[in-house]
Design a protein. Structure first.
Length: 320
């Protein structure tokens, strides 16, 4: 028995679809993600911090910028003088010398701090005896006040080392290094780095602990020595931590004050006077508005250096 099947009404379908065989339905628009509503409680908790920051940081900074355009001595009446303080600032040899010393001192201290901290971190991360006790000893400078450290080293450089050199017959070293403008900055760099090494050491130890042991085991199988493993494995994997220590250290050393005050008080003469010392000295010496202009310029310089460092961090893919 033959069966017949009725054909599909293609012609009618084409007629209804405007001559197309298949009906194409446009995709539905993707739903936009709803923005999460922030509870008012979060703003309530944020308000005290914003208020305190505005009251004790933002408003004094803005008021200081206004005073930098006057001839104020810190109290009493003052007159508007425009940008004359800034014009004198860029031609003042003492101010320019303080900027030169501060930047040079910061670069030298960053290099010394990172070299010593990295060497100690590699040594303390090795399988050595009394590793925990040695770590505690190296962390001690971090918990001591900078001014205390400076006074202790002042006595060492001024009394102990000259006496020891005289006993050994080293006549060239019987004079304190702090009394010579050519060597005083070296003492400042050494003492500042001695205090800053522990904080950098902690970061490097954290980086070393994050390196998988399998990497070193594979290098051992390939016959790599300790020096080769350091330059090919350890140092490249610690590059991000090196950047972090460099950024944080440079930021701290630009604001160096207490160690320099206790060690040399900016001397001999003004050879080791930092920008922070110059500003604070001017505040108490009657140059309030002038040094306030100096503080504004120093703020701009610090921001520019920070922005450049952040660009380096982003290129390295490091997050602080």
């Amino acid at each position: 028995m033959a069966t017949t099947s009725s054909p599909l009404p293609r012609s009618g379908a084409r007629a209804r679809d405007g001559g197309r065989d298949d009906l194409q339905v446009p995709p539905a628009p993707a739903a936009r993600p709803r923005r999460r509503r922030v509870e008012g409680t979060y703003y309530l908790f944020l308000l005290p911090a914003v208020a305190l920051f505005t009251l004790f940081v933002t408003l004094p900074a803005l008021y200081g910028m206004v005073l930098s355009l006057t001839n104020s001595i810190g109290f009493g009446r003052s007159e508007f003088v425009g940008l004359s303080n800034y014009a004198v600032l860029f031609t003042d040899p003492e101010v320019l010398r303080s900027y030169g010393f501060t930047i040079g001192f910061s670069v030298a201290t960053v290099v010394l701090t990172n070299v010593v901290a990295l060497a100690l971190a590699v040594g303390l991360n090795a399988r050595i005896k009394a590793k925990t006790a040695l770590r505690a000893v190296f962390f001690l400078p971090m918990v001591v006040s900078g001014i205390v450290i400076a006074f202790v080293f002042n006595y060492v450089f001024s009394t102990s080392l000259p006496a020891l050199a005289g006993a050994l017959g080293l006549e060239s070293m019987t004079t304190s290094v702090l009394a010579d403008p050519d060597t005083a900055w070296i003492a400042v760099v050494v003492v500042t780095a001695w205090q800053a090494v522990p904080s950098a050491l902690i970061i490097y130890l954290a980086g070393l602990l994050a390196i998988p042991e399998e990497v070193y085991e594979a290098a051992d199988l390939d016959g790599a020595g300790s020096r080769r493993k350091f330059w090919s494995i350890t140092l490249p994997l610690l590059a991000g931590y090196l950047v972090i220590n460099t950024v944080l250290g440079f930021k701290n050393f630009l604001n160096a004050y207490d160690v320099i005050v206790g060690l040399t008080d900016g001397g001999p003469g003004t050879s080791t006077r930092s920008v922070a010392m110059t500003i604070f000295t001017g505040f108490t010496g009657g140059d309030y508005a002038y040094q306030m202009a100096n503080a504004v310029v120093f703020f701009v310089v610090t921001v520019v250096i920070s922005v450049l460092q952040l660009q380096i961090i982003r290129r390295r893919g490091v997050s602080l």
